[in-house]
Write a protein that binds this ligand. Structure first.
Ligand code: ADP
Length: 172
């Protein structure tokens, strides 16, 4: 009998997807046999991009890259650990940036463990270039028409430009 496939879930809001997300996804793909990028339908925050837009952007940029294992994209709502269990995934992947992420992530991982003890959370660190990168920072800089070409794939830059209807290109 073959070894059981190691399936991981990489959950998030992806509002929008950045090079930081893609960096974590690439690292996860080198560890697991399959990764499901799970885009949360609602969540605690109100989003700039609709669910469909977040999914379309993520799908586009993920399909433009190669990963070490198959990467699937799904939308989830409700309890994340329940979704993981339904998919047969024993691991959640989260990115850990600066210390500021730690408290929230620690709280969430322990709460998830409390819900379903068999689902473990692992944290991966991004490349230094992306340690201070967040979707919220990107949205703010885009709103002010700043340059984001080092942090975002082109389709995401185009989508942000459209959202904020800047006359000039964001890529300089
Ligand atoms: P959430 O609302 O669940 O935090 P996000 O889309 O903001 O959703 O983030 C999803 C995951 O990706 C989180 O674990 C977050 O820490 C991680 N992440 C986001 N940006 C980066 C980055 N620049 N480097 C490393 N991890 C990141």
């Amino acid at each position: 009998m073959g070894k059981r496939k190691k399936l991981a879930i990489y959950p998030g809001t992806f509002d929008p997807i950045t090079f930081g997300h893609l960096d974590i996804l690439a690292r996860a793909s080198a560890i697991f046999d399959e990764v499901i990028v799970a885009i949360s339908r609602q969540g605690a925050k109100s989003t700039l991009f609709s669910l469909d837009e977040r999914v379309d952007l993520a799908r586009k940029v993920i399909s433009q890259k190669t990963f070490d294992c198959p990467v699937r994209l799904e939308v989830f709502s409700g309890l994340l650990v329940r979704f993981a269990k339904e998919r047969g995934a024993a691991t959640l992947v989260r990115g850990l940036r600066a210390i500021s992420d730690f408290e929230y992530e620690f709280q969430m991982a322990l709460m998830n463990r409390h819900q379903k003890g068999e689902v473990e959370t692992v944290f991966l660190m991004p490349d230094e270039r992306y340690v201070y990168l967040s979707s919220s920072m990107v949205r703010e800089v885009a709103r002010l028409n700043g340059n984001l070409s080092a942090f975002l794939p082109r389709p995401v830059i185009a989508a942000l430009k459209k959202k904020y209807r800047h006359p000039k290109r964001l890529v300089s």
